[in-house]
Structure formats: C-alpha cells, structure tokens
Design a binder for this molecule. Structure first.
Ligand code: ATP
Length: 233
C-alpha cells in the first residue's frame, strides 16, 4: 500500500533521514521504533508532505505522492495523528471531531457514530472542552479525529507517550481494533515491546538509517533489540 524508496530528508544542512526504504502492506500494522532524534517523526511528516523529501520516492496505492501537497495526500487516504495530540483545547469534543472531517462532503454523522462506538468515553464527553480532558481522553480524541476522514492508512506518532500504563493498554487495544476494522496502521513508538507485539512488521531507525527490519514477533526475540530497546537481556 505504502512504499518508500531511498527517502532522504534534510533540515537545512542537517540530514535527518538518510536513504530509508520501507513497505506498509494493506491491512497490516507496521511499527517504526528507535531512539529520540532517530528520524521517526520526520519520516511520517514527509509521508504527508509536511516536510519535503530531498531525494527518493513515496508511493501510495501505486501513485507517486512524493511531491504532492498535504491536503491532496490526506484526500488520497493518509492521516497523521501527531505527537503530543494537539487537540483544539477551546473547542468541544464534537467540534474537534467535525474538524477532522473537514475534507468530507458526506457521511459525517455516521463517522461520528463510528468514533463514539469505538470510544464511548468521547460520546459521554461530547460537549466538554477538549483542553479539560485527561491525557488519555485527549489521545482518544486525536485518534478519533484522524478517523473522521476515513483514512486507508493512519499513522500515529507515539500515541502512548506520557500516559499511565493502564491507559496505554487501552490505546494499544484500540489500535488493534481499528486495524481489525480494515485500516492499515503505521505506528511510531518508544514502547517497543508493546508495538512489536501487535506489529506484522517492524523497522528500527538509528540516526536516520534503518538498521534492523523483520516481522514484529521476530524482532521481539532479537538480542540487539532486547539490549537496546526492550530493557531486558
Ligand atoms: P523523537 O522520538 O524524539 O520524536 P524522532 O525519531 O521522531 O525523535 P525526529 O523528530 O524525526 O526524530 O528528528 C530527527 C532529527 O531531525 C533530529 O536530529 C532533530 O533534531 C532534527 N529535526 C527535527 N525537526 C527539525 C526541524 N524542524 N528543524 C531542524 N531540525 C529538525
């Protein structure tokens, strides 16, 4: 579904992503793990056209999207849930969801129902200002807002960051459920253990380069990954 070949991204003179290639098959969960500053967010930002590739190609459903504008890419079916959630604090839960549907012409009410069925907590808090939601609820809202555009591919940048362990489990359950309902997922996570457990494929990014790749369950057993990312030996 998504194919990246030899992607290079620079910020001025700094090379953040150095020739990476990766594949996200349709209906799969793929995870990208790596230390802070490895280039994970930059990779996602370049897929949706928020930063431009200096070299390489990004292909989505057989089409070269490398130089497309973000709005066009979103219309093709890719949505990014950015790191840090970024909900609109002074708008209600419902208004935040409607903003997520800004490119939709129809089916908005059904999508709201679909999101509320997935996150009953959001339905209960429909009129509450997003800024007063708990961290976990804000993350649910950020994911729900992304789902409002009915993406084929949803990309999530560290959805578990800063959340309590119980809430993190809930977020991973939701990721699995969204995938089961047919949406392809590209997930960035610091929580390598949980991410690899649910991922069909995993990639390890180190200073802008992919150093290890393979099925999630195999990477969980990989000694290099255990040492560097799983905190076990
Ligand atoms: P984290 O887990 O900390 O979010 P990451 O793997 O997502 O890290 P990126 O945010 O992609 O890493 O950053 C990769 C490199 O690019 C880092 O060295 C970072 O300082 C640099 N970088 C990111 N954004 C910018 C920017 N807007 N301008 C200049 N340099 C940037």
């Amino acid at each position: 579904m998504l194919k990246i070949r030899n992607l290079n991204v620079h910020y001025g003179g700094i090379s953040a992503v150095k020739g990476i290639s990766l594949d996200v098959p349709e209906k799969s969960i793929v995870t990208l793990i790596g230390a802070n500053g490895a280039g994970k967010s930059t990779t996602l930002r370049s897929i949706v056209g928020l930063v431009k590739a200096s070299e390489g190609e990004i292909n989505f459903l057989g089409e070269n999207i490398t130089d497309m504008e973000t709005t066009e890419i979103v219309t093709k079916g890719i949505t990014l849930v950015p790191e840090g959630r970024r909900v609109f604090d002074n708008l209600s839960v419902l208004e935040n969801l409607k903003i997520g549907a800004y490119l939709q012409k129809e089916g908005i009410d059904e999508n709201i129902k679909m999101v509320y069925d997935l996150f009953p907590r959001l339905r209960e808090r429909s009129w509450q200002f997003a800024g007063t939601l708990s961290g976990g609820e804000q993350q649910m809202l950020a994911v729900g807002r992304a789902l409002m555009s009915k993406p084929k591919l949803i990309m999530m940048d560290e959805p578990s960051l800063g959340l309590a362990p119980l809430i993190v489990n809930g977020i991973f359950d939701i990721i699995k459920e969204i995938n089961k309902q047919g949406t392809t997922i590209l997930l960035i996570e610091q929580n390598a253990n949980k991410a690899l457990k649910i991922a069909d494929m995993g990639y390890v990014l180190e200073t802008g380069t992919i150093t290890i790749e393979g099925p999630g369950k195999e990477l969980l057993m990989d000694q290099r990954i255990k040492d560097a990312y799983l905190g076990t030996s």
